[in-house]
Design a protein around this ligand. Structure first.
Ligand code: ZN
Length: 153
């Protein structure tokens, strides 16, 4: 099953809708990974995959969730414990190498979108208890103007 592109974020599943936060209205190229997430959870529930297959968050991701994650208002879809966290990463040629791929607070995105021409945003949900992790959505932000070579931030 492949993820599909949609602007809709109102669907829910029997496993609970993944939280996306409030998507910036200027977001483009939005890809919603809800179907892929649901398939991963179905496979786990049906015994077609093992918890070790889907609960494999690496130390770097767990650390990002601890320091930069934003708590989600729903339990982990695998272990049902609290603490499910959303981590938002930004990638783009506009960023300096040392901050490209950095975890950001969603509150930072508005200012970045006004300052830079184009960068990609990836939102991952992470459970620090059982290490479940899944890409929730990705999209592109930025002014859309031709890129100026001023890598920073
Ligand atoms: Zn969990």
């Amino acid at each position: 099953m492949s993820p599909r592109t949609t602007r809709s974020s109102t669907r829910s599943s029997i496993f609970g809708a993944p939280a996306r936060g409030t998507l910036d209205p200027s977001a483009r190229g939005v890809v919603d990974y809800a179907l892929a997430r649901r398939a991963a959870l179905f496979d786990l529930a049906a015994g077609r995959s093992r918890p070790a297959d889907v609960c494999d968050a690496q130390t770097y991701l767990l650390r990002a969730a601890h320091y930069h994650g934003e708590p989600l208002d729903q339990p982990c879809p695998v272990c049902r414990r609290d603490g499910l966290t959303s981590v938002t990463y930004t990638y783009g040629d506009c960023f300096r190498n040392d901050v490209n791929g950095r975890a950001r607070r969603t509150g930072e995105l508005v200012a970045l979108a006004r300052e830079f021409a184009e960068f990609s945003v990836y939102v991952v949900e992470v459970c620090p208890q059982c290490r479940w992790n899944h890409l929730v959505t990705s999209y592109v932000l930025g002014t859309g103007e031709p890129a100026r070579r001023q890598a920073r931030s």
